[in-house]
Design a binder for this molecule. Structure first.
Ligand SMILES: NC(=O)c1ccc[n+]([C@@H]2O[C@H](COP(=O)([O-])OP(=O)(O)OC[C@H]3O[C@@H](n4cnc5c(N)ncnc54)[C@H](OP(=O)(O)O)[C@@H]3O)[C@@H](O)[C@H]2O)c1
Length: 244
């Protein structure tokens, strides 16, 4: 039986790379973001190259109605969910002293609240996978090292990612007995559009390659439901280890 996955934030960067690797492994997909054109182009490539079913859904993760409609679109297109990749996210740095609270609210809605709502909606399908399949139902949330160790200018972004890490742990404690577990993948700087503005401080070739983050996600998805991985930290070479 073919496996089904939903990947958010799949229009570029890490999400696009994850969607490509999952299609290569035969997953039928729902891919989502706000940019329809990029999603449609990717879907066309994946369908013709890997002969998988790919549905595109435009959704703004800041909007709860969109998030619930995304879940419904996945349910009606595929009727099953083995892997949920919560990757959509936005970065925003700024000193805590005058960080605008409305920006914190948006960041939290996109990076954390959407994950909570989407997974709650799709939990019945994940539980079905937990019963049906040797691999179970898996949630993989793309968090960040800034959620593991606080860094300057990242009080808001880091807090959203720390919340994701804690939430993944709690979900696994509640659901892994039913074959559903959650992992927070926590990379340092990855060479994507999100880190372009940092390229003078950290050259892209010294950042974590996007392909390695996708490889980590695919590897986690291959584990049986007998193994729970609460979090996986990925750092670039050098003295940074727990820092981006
Ligand atoms: N790059 C890094 O150094 C790094 C490090 C650690 C963790 N991360 C995390 O990795 C994830 C992917 O980031 P990336 O580096 O691949 O960045 P990216 O290239 O900027 O991609 C972000 C993705 O999220 C989507 N997205 C952003 N805001 C959205 C919204 N309001 N609603 C729906 N989709 C939205 C974007 O699509 P649209 O713009 O089309 O909506 C895009 O597909 C994020 O959660 C990020 O926090 C990144």
């Amino acid at each position: 039986m073919s496996r089904a996955a939903l990947v958010t934030g799949a229009s570029r960067g890490i999400g696009e790379a994850v969607a490509c690797r999952l299609a290569e492994h035969g997953y039928d997909l729902t891919i989502s973001a706000r940019s329809l054109e990029a999603l449609d182009t990717l879907a066309g490539e994946l369908r013709s190259k890997h002969r998988v079913r790919v549905q595109t859904v435009v959704a703004n993760m800041a909007d709860e109605t969109d998030v619930r409609q995304l879940a419904e679109a996945h349910r009606s297109a595929h009727g099953a969910l083995d892997l949920l990749v919560l990757n959509a996210g936005m970065g925003s740095i700024g000193a805590f002293a005058d960080y605008p609270v409305h920006r914190f609210d948006t960041l939290f809605a996109v990076n954390m609240r959407s994950a909570f709502v989407l997974t709650q909606e799709l939990l019945p399908l994940l539980r079905q996978a937990g019963r049906r399949s040797r691999l179970g139902g898996r949630v993989i949330a793309v968090a960040s090292t800034t959620g593991v160790v606080g860094e300057p200018l990242n009080s808001a972004y880091g807090a959203t990612k720390a919340a994701l890490i804690s939430w993944c742990e709690a979900v696994s404690t509640e659901e892994s007995g039913r074959g559903v577990s959650a992992t927070a993948v926590c990379p340092g700087y990855v060479a994507t559009a999100m880190t372009e503005s940092l390229s003078e401080q950290v050259p892209p070739e010294e950042m974590i390659p996007v392909a390695d983050v996708a490889e980590a996600v695919v590897s986690l998805a291959r584990l049986s439901k007998g193994t729970v991985v609460p979090s996986l930290v990925l750092t670039r070479p050098g003295p940074h280890l727990w820092r981006a």
